[in-house]
Design a protein around this ligand. Structure first.
Ligand code: PEP
Ligand code: MG
Length: 753
């Protein structure tokens, strides 16, 4: 049976489409088990509900494939799908759940084995094996079917990604991780890293010479790019690239190829991009018509080279991809550069096929205050240009929504706009709760690369400056002077407010391209302060740059990311003292006097540090909780992995207990405490933190007005009472209780007005 299993898996993996894979699977399973019938039902969800549709069968009527459907709890198929368990019965028609499907032609089958096809706790379909003889399938047959169902699940997910399936068809609801609050409605604008040939709009140019020049420059640039890729491969472990690159090179150097493109530009008047598309499509059509499989395969190379040229041209012809109306960006991966290319007033929402709730891409969307949902399994080609609604609070995406849904969301958008306008109106000045508790609200900056132009009157300080971005966007470590200049600009722009700078937090999900590390488990590897302590020269350079930048301003605080031991903290503190002495000694006497050592703090992100807070106390002037990583490490859930994003929960009772313990310890030791993770910028999170004893919150710019508005209407003793009476083991109840409190105080305040 093992051989049969391997053969089926091989057959399925080499199938070109999901339909082929399913056809191959049903006939091979039928054969391997000497069964009389094998079928696959796939789950389909639309706005009117879910069904299981017969998608492939060897044994049932062919005319029923694609047509026969069972409700989500109907028949033995529905039973297997809804109870998430294997149904193995000798005489199916005697089972109370049995449903007869006359059009499927299953009259002659008696026994039934149904196995749910699951992915991430979601039922994708049911695999069914039937036999004429009345018998129960044995254990070995059952586990064979379960193994194949798991294999099939992987194929289905891949097919969904490649858009072969039409989940929800044109008009549908898709679910993902709610990563940035708010609601938006606009056309979907699909972004792909490479421009596809078919995306190029054929256009005539009125400047052929210029187009020709552009094309020639880009050809050179693509040649250089490919050379450097080849060098990288050859320098690394990848060998045998010769063939692929020979083909690329020969195409790029082939005068017939470039002459054909140049002719399209000069003789026929096309733009460079159009000429590339026309020529490449002609060559592809020629190769596709050949009988030789090797030559047919070459169409991929032609396509790839042409797309590389188009990518090069697009940088010079930005207007082809200009976004001129409000859009929801939909992409496989969202990067800072995609978001940066779109004017802020045109960027309404973000939908990402990959990515999890606390990936840096998600934080970026929150920083910009744009509703976003990630980990959405929809097809890029099917949604392009369709009307879309993104509900960043619920994690839902609607494509081509029904008029009733559009009307409902119009109302929600209007209501949200009203609340944020009201909050904006009173966002400046101090935030003090109804019972007179002052709660400073600070700003997180750094992820977008640019220095924020936040109005200083809105905030009490900068609670977190993530310095790594200026390291990530470069090709080598920045020099001390370059760093000093950048930090000085930041410190000056916020002076006299305090700016808390975090030392380099690279590694993990923030890799430096010029310092690649091959680690099997980067989240637990050389990252944060571990990396800088490995390279004291690098660390000292950054510390000195920060210190030099602060001379005469005195508004700097420095903290280290991810320490996990007293040794790391004391060592970092020693290096800071060393850098301070050095910078101080280099100052003229009149500046030396007033140059104080900036407060030194740690981020509380690694669980071990929670148990040694007292021991760290003598080395630290303040603490700042990084709840994003703290949640990740406490729960052992990768914050950037969509497969486990459902388990990433900052409202988990363990996280809440730890947060409370940290606040109590800080208060007992008189240690200033901030929190700068995403939780502080969520309305429910901020109220929960106030209830837990936090009195200083740092967040993204887009959250500031809303959170200050809430703080001013909250009462800390009411909140503390609420926290002590709520069931801490139930995250949904906590969200509900504090969410209702938030709504109530906002409503009361609106009514008072
Ligand atoms: C955190 O982990 O909560 C944090 C603020 O740091 P970052 O998100 O940059 O890892
Ligand atoms: Mg962190």
């Amino acid at each position: 049976m093992l051989t049969a299993l391997r053969k089926i898996i091989e057959g399925v993996s080499s199938a070109q489409t999901l339909n082929d894979a399913m056809k191959c699977m049903v006939s091979q399973i039928k054969q391997a088990l000497s069964a009389d019938c094998c079928s696959i039902y796939l789950s389909e969800t639309s706005q009117s509900g879910s069904v299981f549709r017969l998608a492939a069968s060897d044994g049932l009527a062919e005319s029923a494939v694609g047509k026969v459907c069972l409700g989500e709890k109907e028949g033995l198929v529905g039973l297997a799908g809804s109870r998430l368990e294997v149904i193995n019965v000798a005489v199916a028609r005697d089972h109370p759940g049995f449903k007869y499907l006359p059009e499927a032609g299953e009259d002659s089958y008696t026994s039934f084995l149904g196995v749910p096809i699951m992915h991430q706790r979601k039922v994708l379909g049911v695999l069914v094996i039937q036999q004429k003889e009345a018998r129960k399938f044995n254990d070995e047959e059952e586990s064979f079917a379960v193994t194949l169902a798991a294999q099939l699940a992987a194929e289905i997910i891949q097919a969904e990604m490649k858009s072969e399936l039409t989940p929800g068809a044109r008009s549908g609801v898709f679910r993902g991780a709610p990563v940035s609050d708010g609601v938006a409605m606009a056309r979907a604008w699909v972004w792909r890293p490479h421009i596809e040939l078919s995306q190029v709009a054929l256009k005539k140019a009125d400047d052929p010479e210029m187009q020709l020049e552009l094309f020639r420059q880009v050809i050179l640039q693509v040649q250089m790019e490919l050379d450097s890729v080849l060098v990288r491969f050859e320098g690394g472990s990848v060998r045998d690239t010769g063939d692929i690159f020979d083909m690329y090179e020969s195409l790029l150097n082939d005068p017939a190829f470039s002459n054909a493109i140049e002719d399209e530009i000069m003789k026929n008047g096309w733009t460079a991009s159009s000429a590339v598309r026309i020529t490449a499509e002609q060559i592809i059509a020629k190769y596709e018509g050949m009988t030789d499989a090797y030559m047919r395969e070459r169409t991929l190379d032609v396509r790839d080279v042409a797309q590389r040229i188009l990518s090069g041209l697009s940088h010079s012809e930005v207007d082809e991809f200009d976004v001129t109306e409000p859009v929801i960006v939909v992409a496989e991966e969202i990067t800072a550069s995609i978001l940066a290319e779109i004017a802020r007033d045109k960027l309404m929402g973000v939908v990402c096929l990959n990515g999890a709730a606390n990936s840096h891409a998600a934080i970026l969307a929150r920083t910009l205050g744009v509703p976003a949902v990630t980990g959405v399994k929809l097809s890029l080609s099917k949604v392009a240009d369709r009307l879309m609604i993104v509900d960043g609070s619920k994690g839902e995406v609607f494509t081509d929504p029904e008029p009733a849904v559009v009307a409902e969301y119009r109302e929600i958008i209007e209501h949200e706009r009203h609340i944020s306008e009201t909050a904006e109106c009173e966002s400046s000045g101090a935030s003090v709760t109804r019972d007179g508790v002052r709660v400073p609200v600070s700003l997180n900056v750094g992820l977008t690369g640019a220095v924020s132009h936040s109005d200083k009157s809105l905030i009490d300080s900068v609670g977190l400056y993530r310095t790594e971005i200026s390291f990530i966007v470069r090709n080598s470590f920045p020099s001390e002077d370059e760093q000093t200049e950048a930090y000085r600009r930041l410190l000056e722009s916020y002076a006299p407010l305090t700016v808390t700078m975090r030392t380099l937090d690279a590694g993990g999900d923030k890799q430096l391209s010029y310092y690649p590390q091959k680690e099997i488990n980067p989240a637990l590897g050389l990252r944060g302060v571990r990396l800088t302590l490995e390279h004291p020269a690098l660390f000292l350079t950054q510390l000195k740059a920060m210190l030099r930048a602060s001379v005469g301003l005195g508004n700097l605080r420095i903290m280290i990311p991810m320490p996990c031991s007293v040794r790391e903290i004391s060592e970092s503190r020693r290096l800071l003292d060393q850098a301070y002495d050095e910078v101080r000694a280099s100052l003229p006497p009149e500046e030396r006097e007033s140059f104080a050592r900036p407060p030194f703090g740690i981020m509380i992100e690694v669980p071990s540090v929670i148990y040694i807070l007292e021991e760290t106390s003598q080395y630290t002037d303040f603490w700042s909780v990084g709840s994003n990583d703290l949640t990740q490490y406490l729960l052992a859930v990768d914050r950037g992995n969509p497969s486990v994003s459902g388990l990433y929960d900052p409202y988990h009772p363990a996280v809440l207990k730890v947060l409370r313990y940290i606040a109590e310890t800080a208060s007992r030791l008189g240690k200033p405490l901030d929190i700068c993770g995403e939780l502080a910028g969520e309305p429910v999170g901020a109220l929960l933190l106030l209830a837990s004893g936090y009195r200083s919150l740092s967040m993204n710019e887009s959250s500031i007005a809303k959170i200050k508005y809430l703080i001013r209407r909250a009462d800390t003793s009411e909140l503390a009472k609420m926290l002590s009476s709520v069931d801490l083991t139930d995250p949904d109840m906590i969200r509900k209780t504090f969410g209702e409190y938030a709504e109530r105080i906002m409503k009361d305040s609106a009514e008072e007005k």
